[in-house]
Design a protein around this ligand. Structure first.
Ligand SMILES: Nc1ncnc2c1ncn2[C@@H]1O[C@H](COP(=O)(O)OP(=O)(O)OP(=O)(O)O)[C@@H](O)[C@H]1O
Length: 345
């Protein structure tokens, strides 16, 4: 597996991070400008550390004696732009760097659904198609390590979800060690059980994706991810009840939704708090939670509540807090409009 210990400096930016064993698939997230892309560029050999080491299994890529050039490292790097050669066909783009044998390449092309695109010029492709081809081209080099830097962020949600599902299957089947930077928490949770949080340029935290992302997003008031499963509870056509822990979530969802676990993002600012369950209310989702603490910051009260193990920081006005008089230990109901859940993860 991949391991690294890096000391890096560029102008006033420093990165000092170490990880001894990376899981096969790992998401990477953290605040903007903290050094996520720099880490991937260092691993790829596009930037040079001041000191440290990078090693893949027994092969040293970098240490005080070795500095393997980027093209000698068995890796592929895919970023937001597809960087295809525009005047070449899709087939030519892929063949330029191919190392897979013909049968494996045909399988790859089939899995990623790009057969019909092979004779098109790269400049004729839509953004989503180009990104698919870029991934196929990267995988055709038979990398041992794949680095993805926001590779899906230019795609619409349906395309990104579809592509990520295909990619994850391929990476697992071919045991390709992958680090994926994404700003989308659902993508990260779907991609792997493990994420690497870079919250500080001198410290990495590797942990359970759902827990670590919700812990971080809870602090920074960003969307929370709930992992829900279909339930038998009856709902009108086009709607469905899902279960998470002891609670139910109503979502607008198509009949042909996949079985299993789905991920839903909930924004804390869309939550309304009530001390009692409210009958005759348009908000169909009312979840019982426990108040942990209340903190006033710059004219807003942040109520930390625990909902099925997830801590959510709900912002309310000081007037609302005056009316509710919430205190830690109280039971509170979180009201949220029904969400949309379309063929998501
Ligand atoms: N080409 C460059 N030249 C000089 N400084 C740079 C360059 N690229 C990035 N930086 C700086 O290096 C630091 C780390 O940037 P990096 O792109 O690695 O962060 P990031 O976590 O990937 O951010 P984001 O999530 O916004 O993409 C930032 O302070 C950034 O301003």
């Amino acid at each position: 597996m991949l391991s690294f210990n890096l000391h890096y400096q560029r102008d006033d930016f420093t990165l000092d991070v170490k990880l001894l064993t990376l899981p096969l698939l790992t998401g990477v997230f953290g605040p903007s400008g903290i050094g996520k892309s720099s880490l991937l560029r260092l691993l790829a050999g596009l930037e040079t550390p001041l000191s440290g080491n990078i090693q893949y299994q027994q092969q040293v890529w970098f240490d005080d004696k070795t500095h393997l050039a980027s093209f000698n490292r068995p890796l592929a790097f895919v970023t937001q732009g597809s960087h295809l050669f525009p005047h070449l066909s899709v087939a030519q783009n892929i063949k330029l760097s191919k190392r897979l044998d013909d049968q494996a390449l045909a399988e790859l092309i089939e899995s990623f659904g790009i057969k019909a695109l092979l004779n098109k010029n790269a400049q004729q492709l839509s953004g989503g198609q180009a990104q698919r081809v870029a991934l196929v081209r990267a995988l055709a080099t038979q990398p041992k390590v794949l680095l993805l830097d926001e590779a899906f962020s230019a795609l619409d949600r349906q395309a990104a979800i579809h592509l990520l599902k295909i990619l994850k299957k391929w990476l697992n089947e071919h045991a390709i060690c992958t680090l994926m930077i994404s700003h989308n928490p659902e993508d990260l949770v779907f991609f792997s059980d493990k994420v690497l949080l870079i919250e500080d340029s001198q410290q990495l935290e590797l942990g359970n994706s759902l827990e670590l992302i919700n812990q971080y997003n809870g602090k920074s008031k960003q969307a929370m991810v709930l992992s829900v499963e279909r339930s038998d509870r009856k709902a009108d056509r086009g709607w469905r009840w899902f279960k998470f822990g002891e609670q139910y979530l109503l979502a607008e969802s198509p009949e042909a939704l996949d079985e299993g676990v789905h991920l839903v993002s909930i924004s804390p600012s869309n939550i309304v708090l009530s001390k009692h369950f409210v009958e005759h209310c348009s908000a169909q989702n009312q979840w019982q939670a426990e108040v942990l603490s209340i903190n006033a910051v710059a004219g807003t009260c942040y109520v930390d509540v625990r909902l099925e193990g997830v801590v959510i920081k709900v912002p309310i006005s000081p007037q609302a807090q005056q009316a509710l008089a919430l205190k830690s230990g109280d039971t509170v109901f979180l009201m949220h409009k029904a969400v949309k859940l379309h063929n998501q993860f």
